[in-house]
Design a binder for this molecule. Sequence first.
Ligand SMILES: Nc1ncnc2c1ncn2[C@@H]1O[C@H](COP(=O)(O)OP(=O)(O)OP(=O)(O)O)[C@@H](O)[C@H]1O
Length: 285
Amino acid sequence: MGTTNRLEATDPGGAPRGGVVISGLTLSFGRGEARKEILRGIDLDVPAGKITGLAGESGSGKTMTGLAVCGLLPAGADLGGSIRFEDTELIGLKQRSMNRFRGAKIAMIFQDPSASLHPMLTIEAQLVDHYRHHTGASKRAGRERALEMLGLVAVPHPEAALRKYPHQFSGGQLQRIAIASALMCEPSVLIADEPTTALDVTVQAGILRLLRKLCDELGIAIILVTHDLGVMSALADTIAVMRMGEIVEHGDRYEVITAPRHPYTKALIDALPESGARSSDGTES
Ligand SMILES: Nc1ncnc2c1ncn2[C@@H]1O[C@H](COP(=O)(O)OP(=O)(O)OP(=O)(O)O)[C@@H](O)[C@H]1O
């Protein structure tokens, strides 16, 4: 597979082009005695052309980290520290400026693909409108782009797919369409939050291979959020293990899986089934 990392150059300021650098990220909700600390100082480099995995138990803060990067945190979130995207500090950006990045330069896909697609609109309406909103392109150019993206994610019969509604697709096809929608504006960063958890096991591997392809061929920086260390060990380049709002370990996936340093990581790995998660060639066995 070719690696045309169009965004991999490093700018003189130090941030990798197209990637995200998170430093000292804190997140809390509420005040006084009701204050709940969710993220307690996260440092994480998410480089272009790599899949950075966020693993860890339920409630450890994986989703919140992804939502923070995307600027999609729930109301009342108190965010501190830094999230740099190329030359821009995202924390503290006004909503209007953040809207320029979200959905365009930084896109997100969710466990339930229908969460990012409107049930009452055709695929064409949503993909094309989204693209035109961000780029100002013509309807025709938007349609061409939509066909191209549906082809890229291997949705069969893209022309016919454009005329359909979300409920007319299977879960796996719909996740591909959600990915196509996320790719419309050529994002540099894609946050994939449990993208295969809701899918039939027979279609999971196809979606994971697609994410790997997008990362390798388009140079997209991917944050893969999953509680599934098996999926992580097959797909991610590096694995960050989260626990109670902190990253307790982050390193090359082989090192994290084969020589975990933190007792919590060891416990997670010991809990894995014997087979299917620790293949060394990047495929699930
Ligand atoms: N709106 C909110 N107000 C207060 N706390 C919240 C809010 N949303 C989420 N939380 C809390 O933030 C913490 C981290 O949640 P998060 O969804 O990031 O965990 P996670 O690691 O992704 O877990 P899972 O694998 O279950 O999705 C949890 O304790 C959750 O209860």
